[in-house]
Design a binder for this molecule. Structure first.
Ligand code: AMP
Ligand code: MN
Ligand code: MN
Ligand code: MN
Length: 274
């Protein structure tokens, strides 16, 4: 059984519609796919409809932005009730923050003689949620950067045009939203934050107080040693383990659907809690 519990569609910064995503995942042999767009669940209905025509099962998910000790973290909520009021309010709050930030980014770029409104909007589904990667693509499209990485380096980060500081909710808040919706929350891509082991353990303790009881242990960009370390942390701290590609687009060869290595056998897979 292939599980892929982290993926994106055009409702956030993915390049495929939810139905295209489902059919690509299905042809990659995925049996359980979680659509986890950034701060929106607007793509779930379309994904579920598309899944009815295939043998793939949709796990309802969302990737929530939050901050911890001044650092942006991503918490993936899985198997959520997409009708839960508290979660819906939380998501609406994060989405509003993103819409306001996008407006502020557009004005900042305009002051530098750059207009990205059309290129950003073209990439988004109706109701889609704007993210910095959309702006990065728009900058590349207009020849202002040679690739996304350079777009982030020259713009979009602290001290550069287009950077607007964000206030995100706390771990405790996003943990409460996912719990209210009966879901399981896990820390997305734990290695991406480059924390020391000590800091990661500190974070795990605060996650647990916030009702967040899992780590993404297997991703295509986590190496064997890192995966073993994360699995060990799951065992020590009684956390469940998740697996996901963080798929955004067929152009990203390093993050194909269903391509994360199997979870180590010694961990409790997150789906046991579904
Ligand atoms: P946002 O949530 O809109 O602030 O955008 C954050 C996303 O931008 C992250 O999930 C990354 O995928 C992407 N990102 C952040 N920094 C960089 C970078 N330096 N180069 C490429 N992508 C980045
Ligand atoms: Mn993304
Ligand atoms: Mn993420
Ligand atoms: Mn993601």
């Amino acid at each position: 059984m292939i599980y892929d519990l982290h993926s994106h569609s055009r409702f956030s910064d993915g390049s495929l519609t939810p139905s295209e995503l489902v059919s690509l995942a299905s042809s990659a042999g995925v049996s359980y796919l979680a659509l986890t767009d950034h701060d929106t669940i607007a793509g779930l209905e379309q994904a579920k409809l598309a899944a009815q025509e295939s043998d793939l099962n949709i796990i309802q998910g969302v990737e929530l932005s939050c901050s911890w000790q001044g650092q942006l973290l991503h918490i993936v909520g899985l198997n959520i009730n997409a009708q839960d009021d508290r979660l819906l309010q939380g998501i609406a709050q994060n989405r509003d923050r993103r819409l306001q930030r996008a407006e502020a980014m557009h004005s900042d770029f305009k002051q530098h003689g750059i207009c990205l409104v059309e290129s950003v909007n073209e990439q988004l589904a109706v109701d889609g949620v704007p993210t910095r990667p959309h702006f990065a693509n728009a900058l590349v499209e207009q020849g202002l950067a040679k690739n996304k990485k350079q777009a982030f380096k020259r713009y979009l980060v602290k001290g550069k045009p287009g950077f607007i500081p964000m206030v995100w909710p706390s771990l405790a808040e996003v943990g409460a939203w996912v719990q209210s919706a009966g879901g399981v929350a896990v820390l997305a891509h734990p290695m991406r934050y480059r924390f020391t082991r000590t800091r990661l353990i500190r974070l795990i303790k605060e996650m647990q107080e916030a009702g967040i009881h899992g780590l993404e242990v297997s991703t295509p960009t986590t190496n064997v040693q890192q995966t073993a370390m994360l699995a060990e942390l799951c065992r020590e701290h009684k956390l469940v383990a998740s697996i996901g590609s963080d798929f955004h687009s067929p152009n990203q060869a390093w993050a194909r659907l269903g391509s994360a290595p199997d979870l180590p056998s010694a961990v409790t897979p997150v789906w046991q809690a579904f």
